[in-house]
Design a protein around this ligand. Structure first.
Ligand SMILES: [Zn+2]
Length: 758
């Protein structure tokens, strides 16, 4: 089976661009529940028409409903899923595994793909997706090649090959949410990761794009992905232009078709001119490459087309030595070296044409020797969007006086025969010619058909009223279109979801009536602030999971204070991390799973498990299904407001009730390629342009990882079962929380408290 090229469509123009460029499948969002709310998106009213148009070419359409769903939105979510499926969607893309499981149980005929937002990055995650009824996983962009190979062996696998990379592991980014109230998990990401920051480290203290990543371009290496069994190559870009969508599809199509090197190079050039952030990286699959981070330049840098040669004083313009021929309105970026953006310029048709180059005018401080890149190429966009894809039809026509017209049409759909309603008359003069007939039927109008004549049999002296002939043609094409595009599927019936999994059916954990519980996540429990504190769960997030001394120290403390010992396993884990975690499990009472891969890992190893905030439990149904999946307890999503947690009304659930707010999980070393410039500290601060400091913590799994925390901690919330995250807090801040949690037990005479109130 050949690999699928899957293109994004943020609007109708991009949809048509993807279709005509040769995509095998297209994904799009609706007005609601789309992870790209800023895109124009599609409505349920026009969805069926778009899907039919795609199906005519054998192109599949996947509808993304990949945001987190609140309780109040559940009826609308189920309705939307059902209607999108009934419009002909070939699959629905979901983020919430639990809602997916529920949909699949209720509608077994539905096809579900698990969104990259769910964070599948290893075999355990793939196993969970399969068990829950998903037929495909869209892998996290951080998935390594050796893990992709294992995953592709158990479930249909979709990999990103092109487009923007998120700094944060997908589904775990709360930066936009906590900084500005715009949740990335709800389709509203405002991209604070693309802003400038400094870090308290030598050579990193200058404000620059410290978190911003280059765009992914796997390019020729997609052949390796194909070889190891990846089923679909995904192009990111529901907010990108139609020309970019067309350029991306054509580039990967050329590679997969084994086009000559020159053609592939020219398609890559088209792609770079359409959108190129950071001159592209191969991403994470083959390990962190040197192009992953793009600290100096953010945004589209196009493709280099020339160099500034001299300044013309008479006209106040710069001469660019180049073989490129600009057209009116073409845009350029002027760059110095590899890492300085000098400014921009637009070419106007009034600029005098000249051999060997062109003139540009710029207000920026341009120098001789600066390079010039094209970032807006009008002729290219026009060329990319003018190519059309047609459906081939072969036709045999029979026309004879006294009989009805007979037209046989054949294509990949099979064969259809049509007879006109009117009979062909005997011509008195001006009989119809073969050319008349060809001209008439070759006009396919709005239908994307390309007619190939197999035979035309025309008798003598035939006459047909022109309007009747046209009506017959329209009838033929509309019938063929209907036949090719019609849905061959039973529509799903409406369900009463409240009855299917109603509130009465909700399982309450065994100790729902007992006292409230306290769970704490920390990197080090040796601080004296934990003395004499009765933690129900002490959740260790080790600095270095390969450091056994660190683990042993924690285990001794937990034993002494009789805490339940839990091991924090993050959402992002590669297979090699799990191999290390496996060896540690025997020392712990359970796992705190911050992602679905860890959830499945706990299940496969029969470990007690707390479903962490990173599982993003957002509604009562999800929480219920999570409990049914066998977890000991769970923490609701930290993006829910206090009142939303209350509305879910599960006092037996934990909520994140105080401490440091983790905003991001980074799957890479912030200091460049594979730690080659890493100074191996465990704590830094990232400072934004307004001077706000964000704790930046490093930890070591099989490789180096980073976590970003909010500039201010969460104030203590009142709830029965409380989870605190103390990873990025000073001892005195921990004392302040613990005093509040355990009134009377925190004596200010103990060492930590003393140092805390100095
Ligand atoms: Zn590192």
């Amino acid at each position: 089976m050949s690999v699928e090229i899957l293109a994004p469509a943020g609007d109708t123009d991009s949809f048509m661009a993807a279709l005509h460029a040769g995509a095998d499948a297209i994904y799009l969002g609706l007005k609601d529940f789309s992870a790209r709310k800023a895109a124009t998106n599609f409505s349920l009213d026009n969805l069926e028409g778009m899907i039919r148009r795609a199906h005519v070419f054998g192109v599949k359409v996947f509808v993304a409903l990949n945001t987190l769903i609140k309780d109040t939105e559940l009826p609308s979510f189920f309705d939307c899923s059902r209607r999108a499926w009934n419009c002909g969607a070939d699959a629905l893309i979901l983020q919430d595994v639990f809602l997916g499981k529920l949909l699949k149980e209720q509608y077994p005929s539905i096809t579900l793909h698990l969104s990259t937002q769910a964070g599948v990055c290893n075999l355990a995650g793939a196993n969970l997706a399969r068990e829950y009824g998903f037929s495909r996983v869209i892998l996290a962009r951080e998935t390594r090649i050796e893990d992709i190979k294992k995953i592709a062996a158990v479930i249909e696998t979709e990999c990103f090959v092109q487009g923007a990379l998120c700094t944060c592991f997908s589904g775990q980014c709360y930066f936009s949410s906590f900084v500005g109230g715009n949740s990335g998990n709800r389709g509203l990401c405002k991209q604070p990761c693309r802003k400038k920051y400094s870090v308290d480290r030598k050579d990193f203290s200058k404000l620059s794009y410290r978190l911003s990543l280059s765009d992914l371009c796997v390019g020729n290496d997609c052949k390796t992905l194909e070889k190891i069994g990846v089923h679909s190559f995904k192009i990111e870009g529901r907010l990108r232009s139609a020309a970019y969508v067309a350029a991306s599809v054509r580039y990967y199509r050329a590679i997969l078709d084994g086009a000559p090197d020159e053609e592939i190079a020219s398609r890559l050039s088209d792609l770079k001119r359409s959108f190129n952030r950071g001159n592209f990286t191969r991403g994470y699959s083959w390990g962190q490459d040197s192009a992953l981070l793009s600290p100096a330049i953010q945004g589209h840098i196009g493709e280099e087309v020339g160099r500034i040669e001299k300044f013309d004083k008479q006209t106040s313009k710069w001469f660019v030595r180049s073989s490129f021929k600009p057209v009116d309105g073409d845009g350029f970026k002027i760059l110095r070296g590899s890492n300085t953006e000098v400014g921009g310029a637009v070419w106007k048709s009034g600029f005098a044409p000249i051999a060997g180059g062109f003139y540009l005018q710029s207000d920026a401080k341009v120098c001789v020797g600066d390079t010039v890149s094209i970032t807006l190429d009008h002729a290219l966009a026009q060329r990319l969007l003018s190519e059309r894809r047609m459906v081939d039809l072969s036709a045999s026509l029979y026309v004879a006086a006294g009989e009805r017209i007979r037209l046989d049409v054949a294509g990949s759909f099979g064969r259809m025969q049509f007879l006109s309603s009117e009979t062909v008359q005997q011509a008195k003069n001006n009989p119809v010619t073969e050319k008349d007939l060809r001209d008439c039927f070759e006009k396919t109008g709005e239908y994307p058909f390309l007619l190939h004549w197999k035979s035309i049999e025309l008798g003598n002296d035939c006459f047909i009223v022109r309007s009747a002939l046209n009506a017959f043609r329209r009838d033929v094409y509309s019938s063929v279109y209907e036949r090719i595009s019609s849905l061959k599927r039973e529509p799903l019936e409406e369900k009463n979801w409240q009855n299917a999994y109603g509130r009465n059916g909700f399982m309450v954990s065994a100790d729902a009536c007992s006292e409230g519980k306290v769970a704490v996540i920390d990197r080090d429990f040796s601080s004296s602030c934990y003395r004499n504190v009765k933690l129900d769960y002490a959740i260790l997030k080790p600095l270095n999971i390969q450091n056994s001394d660190e683990i042993q120290k924690f285990l001794r403390l937990a034993k002494y204070y009789a805490w339940k010992k839990y091991l924090y396993i993050p959402a992002y884990c590669i297979g090699a991390d799990f191999e290390i975690y496996e060896k540690l499990l025997c020392f712990f009472d359970g796992i705190y799973a911050d992602g679905i891969c860890a959830l499945q890992f706990a299940k496969e190893h029969s470990m007690h498990c707390i479903a962490g905030t990173g599982i993003n439990l957002f509604n009562r149904l999800g929480a219920d299904l999570c409990l049914r999946a066998g977890v000991e307890t769970f923490v609701l999503s930290k993006e829910l407001s206090y009142s939303e947690c209350k509305r879910i009304a599960l006092p037996e659930a934990f909520i994140f009730a105080g401490g440091s707010i983790k905003l991001m999980d980074l799957g890479h070393c912030l200091w460049g390629r594979a730690c080659h410039a890493c100074d191996r500290r465990f704590q830094y601060f990232l400072t934004d342009e307004a001077g706000r400091k964000f704790p930046l913590l490093r930890n070591v799994a099989s490789t180096c990882r980073f976590e970003l925390y909010n500039t201010v901690p969460l104030k203590k919330l009142e709830w029965k079962n409380c989870l605190y995250d103390f990873c990025a807090l000073e001892d005195e801040e921990k004392v302040a929380y613990l005093t509040n949690v355990f009134p009377g037990t925190m004596k200010l005479t103990n060492g930590a408290a003393k140092s805390g109130v100095r």
